[in-house]
Ligand binder design. Structure first.
Ligand code: SF4
Ligand code: SF4
Length: 110
């Protein structure tokens, strides 16, 4: 019979495997995204959950969070937030693409 200690170890090993796999995927995704002065970040509003991760990593103050009304009538929250890119300030560094947990940010031609 599997002991709880064995189970804990197997869970930890599996969590590590999944995390490594996701990190590898993220690295490949980041490497494949275009960047530099000919590119600019773009936020797909539908996918943005307003989590603020992109503004934390952006050193160029190129991301603004604005308030929007909640789309769901089931959750009684007055406002939600979405990110938008300030195009002139964006340097195309791609850090926000890596930081976004919902893949809401892509790099597009400037
Ligand atoms: S690509 Fe870089 S500069 Fe542009 S919004 Fe993202 S983090 Fe900021
Ligand atoms: S990291 Fe992604 S989901 Fe979070 S606020 Fe920025 S664009 Fe939206």
């Amino acid at each position: 019979m599997t002991s709880s200690e064995d189970l804990r170890k197997r869970r930890e090993a599996e969590a590590l495997r999944i995390r490594s796999s996701l990190n590898r995927l993220r690295t490949e995704q980041h490497a494949a995204a275009k960047g530099g002065e000919t590119a600019v970040a773009f936020v797909e509003e539908r996918l943005c959950i307003g989590c603020d991760q992109c503004t934390i990593v952006c050193d160029d103050d190129a991301i603004d969070l604005y308030k929007v009304a909640m789309a769901s009538p089931l959750i009684k929250v007055e406002s939600n937030r979405k990110a938008r890119i300030i195009r002139d300030a964006c340097t195309g560094c791609r850090l926000c693409v890596l930081a976004c947990p919902t893949d809401a940010i892509t790099m597009i031609d400037r």
